[in-house]
Design a protein. Structure first.
Length: 222
């Protein structure tokens, strides 16, 4: 991922899963200008409080759910055919649009929906027939994640639901479904994001690579 509209920043996005369903999304980036710094952002995608450790030490304990699902407005019931359900997922995602009003900006910035989900899954033990995680990006930098799931014990009872998550504190973010506002979040102060690490969205910054990350990685087992 890159975001030339901000500065020379590059990175990658990672997804942690539980039984295939996304549990945490992380954006690990390196800023090369205006100063050299590494920034790691995370958002809980769990529907309950979450605890995370780094090298055995607790570093992030949320006091809130990461996602709150609601019905996709006017969505047809999931089809019985899996291939058609996956097509439904993409069609439903296209009904949404995202914008960001960035700090010190006067106008909203339209965010671009990536045409393919960054993660597709099924988690029948969790009552999810099919699901997809989509990204609204600035450049190729995700700013909003949209999760759409067919939720129910089977296809006959499942219904399409959605939830959204932020991946920046630098903008007022809004998500619309067919021009109707369905989700929004305000700017967050950096101290709130990187301070106590209790919010569903949190971030860590490093001016230098920690020594233990400089050591050669173990060879993967065959």
């Amino acid at each position: 991922m890159v975001n030339p509209s901000v500065s020379d920043v590059q990175g990658n996005v990672y997804v942690w899963t539980r039984e295939s369903r996304p549990l945490v999304i992380g954006s690990l980036t390196k800023w090369f200008s205006p100063r050299s710094v590494m920034q790691h952002e995370f958002h809980s995608l769990a529907e309950e409080p979450l605890r995370a450790r780094f090298h055995g030490d607790p570093v992030w304990t949320t006091s809130e759910a990461g996602l709150k699902f609601v019905d996709v407005p006017d969505a047809a019931a999931p089809t019985a055919n899996e291939a058609q359900r996956l097509l439904q997922l993409k069609q439903l995602a296209k009904q949404f649009s995202g914008t960001g009003k960035y700090r010190n900006a006067t106008n909203d910035t339209e965010l671009r929906l990536l045409p393919q989900p960054i993660h597709s899954y099924a988690a029948p033990k969790q009552g999810i027939v099919n699901g997809g995680q989509f990204a609204f990006v600035r450049g190729t930098d995700p700013e909003i994640f949209l999760v759409i799931e067919a939720r129910g014990k089977d296809t006959a009872t499942a219904r399409w639901k959605f939830a959204a998550a932020r991946m920046t504190n630098m903008a007022e973010l809004r998500l619309r479904h067919q021009d109707k506002l369905v989700w929004e979040v305000e700017l967050l102060a950096w101290k709130d994001v990187s301070g106590s690490h209790e919010l569903a969205y949190t971030a860590f910054s490093f001016n230098e690579i920690p020594d233990f990350l400089k050591a050669p990685m173990d060879k993967p087992k065959p």
